[in-house]
Design a protein around this ligand. Structure first.
Ligand code: BEZ
Length: 272
């Protein structure tokens, strides 16, 4: 999903390899995601508990990715449909036998058919029009239906973001408008939900230092590739190394284990 700034940046980007799938300049490859980012669904138990899916419920998994959590929700006896904007992730989810559609999160096409909409680690990628996303969720829900989700919250990956901005500046690029993520405060997101007719039962910002299964190079490859697409092919590897070098002092321990400076925003709301 692109906003105006991303469109401008897309025009100046010089991708080094064909993109398997992308949204907002972000490239999604299911195999790479499974290798470097399997912690994302693995850490989702608290938001699944908050969803508390019941047998027979109809549930939409918004931004379902490769379907790891969609499958877990289905295993509770719910009837789950997944949507994702990345073709490679949709393919991976379908290989699990799940009912998944390729769909832009800001243009959901469902009307009053779900008991709940669930989303994990996806809403922060839908930066261009968060209100359109929330409006689509409200429309998709039956009256009284619930919206239960977790996303990056205000301050999430701040150190990583500042290191990228600092290094890109050395290459003559202002990376601030290129940030692909929307990490709202509690007040900002609560306000958006309430303006779309939701009652917010719970919303909290949760600092969650997150051990990375591989390393910072793997994290940058999966989640931050869109920044480096604005450099020449020759500049990319040295720029990534500079970012990693800056971050080593604060996010890597004495045994070489990396931690991501994650902050989550978790909420449960009901549409009236
Ligand atoms: C996530 O998928 O949870 C995430 C992605 C990029 C930055 C921070 C969090």
């Amino acid at each position: 999903m692109r906003d105006g700034v991303a469109e401008v940046n897309a025009r100046v980007s010089r991708p080094e390899a064909p993109l398997t799938s992308s949204s907002g300049g972000q490239i999604w490859q299911a195999d790479r995601y499974a290798k470097h980012a399997h912690f994302v669904p693995a850490l989702a138990q608290p938001v699944l508990d908050l969803l508390n899916p019941q047998p027979g419920e109809r549930i939409l998994d918004l931004g379902c990715g490769d379907g790891v959590l969609t499958e877990k929700i289905a295993a509770c006896g719910a009837q789950v449909i997944g949507v994702d904007a990345a073709p490679d992730m949709v393919d991976a989810a379908r290989k699990r036998g799940l009912d998944v559609n390729l769909m832009d999160g800001s243009a959901l096409s469902f009307k009053h058919e779900f008991d709940a909409v669930f989303s994990n680690a996806a809403l922060h990628w839908m930066k261009s029009d968060p209100d359109a996303v929330i409006a689509g969720v409200a429309r998709a829900l039956k009256p009284g239906g619930r919206f239960v989700a977790e996303m990056g919250g205000h301050g999430c990956v701040a150190a990583i973001t500042v290191a990228i901005i600092a290094v890109m500046r050395r290459y003559g690029i202002d990376a601030r408008p290129l940030i692909p993520w929307y990490f709202p405060t509690v007040d900002a997101y609560r306000g958006r939900l309430e303006r779309q007719g939701f009652i917010v039962d719970y919303i909290e910002l949760i600092p969650r230092p997150t051990p990375l299964p591989t390393d910072m190079a793997g994290w940058l490859e999966v989640f931050a590739e869109s920044f480096f697409g604005h450099l020449t092919a020759e500049q990319r590897a040295p720029a990534r190394d500079e970012v990693i070098d800056l971050l080593r002092a604060v996010l890597c321990d004495e045994r070489g284990r990396w931690t991501g400076d994650y902050i989550r925003l978790r909420f449960a709301a009901r549409v009236v």
